[in-house]
Design a protein. Structure first.
Length: 286
């Protein structure tokens, strides 16, 4: 059990323990017995609630780097869209619909950044997120669209013909999209890394979604530089990176945290012929 997962049941169980004997016994009438084994029940409850709150804050401090990593993506997109808009304003052949599209992209990414911040603040305060759901097919589509300028600049072909299935899972939509943004960005950077080593082939990323019983399975494969089996395991550790100049080593770590929270899993492995393959599995239902 993580420190920030202290529950009301834990508190009640702990307050039934006799400190001298270290044995737990039922409290027949908690209202009548203001003291249990020398420990005031209300004081004990308050103490453990304080521990839980401090644990959340400590965990939040550890996640500050992850938050910065997540906010980089919408901020970068806002910066690019803003620069494009500035250039458009200096041209006379730009239509109103083109300007509206650039403005809408900025507004969309501002909303994405706000959602990430709200999610983090909700965790810090201990508030439940309530029921959440995301469409994995839509998340893939939005992630591809979000990164399309990167793919076009890097001359990478995206094959997402097998990624149009509708599958509802227990993530919020932005979380699901961030998972695929991280994975697709890593694939693109792996292809660029292979080119830096002298490879001159065409970059290719394929995305497939399949429903299997009560779960959805997603596979993202690329023809990038590939990786060893040892590296495939290490990349999920926080701050481990194969790109020390540009990487934070948090992308796949964040993906695993998000997916495990929804009962899912993620694995990375060498591709069957070349490159690498990421496999995600999530239970259906939001």
């Amino acid at each position: 059990m993580k420190p920030n997962e202290i529950t009301q049941r834990d508190i009640e169980n702990w307050t039934r323990c006799t400190p001298m004997k270290q044995k737990c016994r039922p409290v027949e009438d908690a209202a009548a017995q203001a003291v249990c084994g020398g420990i005031d029940i209300s004081d004990a409850r308050q103490m453990f609630e304080t521990i839980a709150a401090k644990s959340r804050l400590a965990d939040l401090g550890e996640q500050s780097s992850a938050l910065a990593h997540e906010l980089r993506q919408p901020l970068f997109s806002i910066s690019v869209a803003n620069e494009n808009l500035r250039m458009m304003l200096g041209r006379c052949d730009i239509t109103k619909s083109q300007l509206d599209k650039a403005i809408a992209r900025i507004a969309q990414q501002v909303e994405r950044a706000q959602t990430i911040i709200d999610r983090t603040l909700a965790y810090a305060s201990g508030n439940s997120r309530g029921a959440v759901s995301a469409d994995i097919g839509l998340a893939v589509s939005n992630a591809v669209e979000f990164l399309r300028p990167l793919f076009e600049t890097a001359d990478i072909e995206i094959d997402d013909r097998g990624a149009h299935a509708h599958a509802i899972v227990g993530l919020c939509q932005v979380e699901a999209e961030q998972v695929f943004v991280n994975i697709l960005r890593n694939a693109a950077e792996s292809i660029e890394g292979r080119r830096e080593e002298g490879w001159q082939g065409s970059g290719h990323i394929a995305i497939r979604i399949a429903l299997q019983g009560g779960a959805v399975r997603c596979v993202v494969s690329d023809n990038g530089a590939g990786l060893s089996g040892d590296t495939a395991q290490a990349v999920f550790q926080p701050f481990f990176t194969t790109k020390p100049r540009v990487g934070t080593g948090l992308g796949l770590h964040i993906c695993r945290q998000v997916l495990e929270k929804a009962g899912g899993s993620v694995s990375l492995m060498p591709g069957e012929i070349e490159g690498a393959r990421v496999e995600i599995e999530l239970p259906l239902g939001g």
